[in-house]
Design a protein around this ligand. Structure first.
Ligand SMILES: [Zn+2]
Length: 489
């Protein structure tokens, strides 16, 4: 007996040593890619002029209202006039087509055999919530530049993109640059309300002309500074897909009646149980495909302990999954998320409901689709008294190739500007115009070449949206390199 225990102990020790050795070796091999052959580029820009142009763009109240599309149209046409007046070189060399109030520019390349690329942004912005103006340190449409910071709605989302692209093309034209590939620029006017009349119509036009793009670059993720936990280097997160969305009504039915003689079960109680069940059973997900690639890339820049986890997913997969699922941000990258948002029941305090409804919004991971989510929910909660009704939605985009040349060109450009930073493919949790443009692009990337720190996050669709002059100028350099590298073979 003693001998058996002794042998077992010895076996356990040997196994532990062996596993530890594998963990250490795999961790030591899980390192950042070598930073070779990437020379920093020197691009001289008049930063004060760039800043003044972004500030001027911000002053146009090109606000998209969900309830009243087309409201304040004059601001939109004023903005278009301003673009034409402010960027004469662009308008001399590039061909402009107005599609509703969106701008599509074509910069003819020297080699027609090459598929074109599209660089795009949107110039509409979300409204400022009435009453929140007083929380802004500078008025939201002032475009004030104070201590090297440009303030206002659109500073990040996405006038910095639109003006940044126009500045980049202006610079390249001044340098006498001629693209080999045709370069399209598109500036949408209704992204914040779905983009149907802007990016949607532009896409339809390109389709009609038989244009198929090698790739497109739209707004999306940023160069993160301190946003990704455990990472001390900058990280360019280049989104290669965007989530879809479906909204389902969970409907509980019951006979109703007077509340003075309630039955033991009623529609509200049934509905509550169904919602609890949904919350307790998140849509299956986890590390696979794109999410694996993303965390695999990023973890290479992390300290040893974190690296050891990701380098040994065969051993720590479950732990990683649990950790990532516990945080709202990383959980959203791993699976289709479930968010009950609206409730309705009886119309009167003393009337039992004949119908109680919970509206639940799901953001669809590319591995799922609208059908599969509806099926999953139906299987989970449907019964004699509970049914599931769809309010419609949109599937997730296809996943673009992060080994393709276009992706490589963006990576290369970012490293030429920002040095040896982490780069990883990412998943866009919000929507963008690329749901349209992606239909005519072999690959659709979603990324803004500006740096974003965690304190900037509240600016998106919120208060105190701003960007530093320095950051804006670096982003313009980013666009210059992306267009330069991306339009060549
Ligand atoms: Zn945007």
């Amino acid at each position: 007996m003693k001998k058996i225990i002794k042998n077992a102990a010895a076996a356990i020790i040997t196994l532990t040593v062996a596993i530890s050795a594998i963990v250490v070796v795999r961790t030591l091999n899980h390192t950042r890619p070598p930073f070779i052959n990437i020379a920093e580029v020197n691009i001289q820009l008049d930063e004060a002029k760039l800043a003044a142009n972004l500030a001027a763009a911000i002053r146009f109240k090109t606000v998209s209202y969900q309830a009243a599309p087309g409201k304040q149209n004059q601001e939109f046409s004023n903005f278009l006039d301003w673009v034409v007046a402010t960027y004469p070189q662009v308008n001399q060399v590039l061909e402009l087509v107005l599609v509703n109030q969106s701008m599509l520019y074509k910069w003819q390349g020297s080699d027609d055999a090459l598929k074109p690329i599209l660089i795009t942004g949107h110039y509409d912005v979300v409204p400022v919530i009435p009453g929140s103006e007083k929380n802004w340190q500078q008025p939201p449409f002032s475009g004030n530049i104070v201590d090297g910071v440009i303030w206002g709605r659109g500073a990040l989302d996405d006038k910095s993109g639109v003006v940044g692209i126009l500045q980049a093309v202006t610079y390249l034209l001044e340098q006498g640059f001629k693209p080999q590939r045709t370069v399209y620029l598109s500036f949408g006017h209704d992204e914040e309300i779905g983009g149907r009349n802007g990016a949607g119509a532009v896409t339809a036009l390109l389709k009609e002309q038989g244009v198929q793009l090698a790739w497109s670059l739209d707004e999306g993720s940023f160069v993160f500074d301190g946003i990704f936990p455990g990472l001390d280097s900058l990280m360019a997160s280049i989104n290669v897909a965007e989530k879809g969305s479906i909204t389902l009504d969970i409907v509980a039915t019951a006979p109703g009646g007077h509340s003075s003689m309630p039955p033991q079960k009623n529609a509200v109680g049934d509905l509550a149980k169904a919602i609890t069940k949904l919350q307790d059973n998140p849509v299956p997900g986890g590390l696979s495909g794109l999410s694996t690639a993303m965390f695999d890339n990023v973890s290479r820049y992390m300290p040893f302990t974190m690296r050891s986890l990701f380098a040994n997913q065969w051993l720590f997969g479950l732990v990683i999954d649990q950790q990532l699922s516990a945080s709202a941000t990383t959980n959203a990258m791993l699976r289709t998320t479930t968010a009950p948002t609206m409730l309705s029941g009886s119309i009167k305090t003393n009337v039992l409901p004949i119908e109680a409804i919970a509206t639940v919004n799901f953001r669809i991971h590319p591995r799922d689709n609208m059908r599969s989510i509806e099926d999953y929910v139906t299987q989970l909660v449907a019964s004699d008294t509970i049914s599931v009704r769809t309010r419609g939605g949109i599937n997730a985009s296809t996943v673009s190739d992060w080994n393709a040349k276009g992706y490589g060109d963006i990576v290369q450009s970012m490293r030429e500007i920002y040095g040896d930073i982490a780069v990883a493919p990412g998943l866009m949790i919000a929507g963008s115009d690329s749901k349209h443009y992606g239909q005519v692009a072999n690959n659709a990337y979603r990324f803004n070449p500006f740096v974003l720190a965690s304190h900037d996050l509240t600016g998106f669709h919120g208060t105190n949206e701003k960007i530093t002059v320095r950051n804006f100028a670096q982003g313009v350099r980013g666009y210059i390199q992306i267009i330069r590298n991306g339009s060549e073979t």
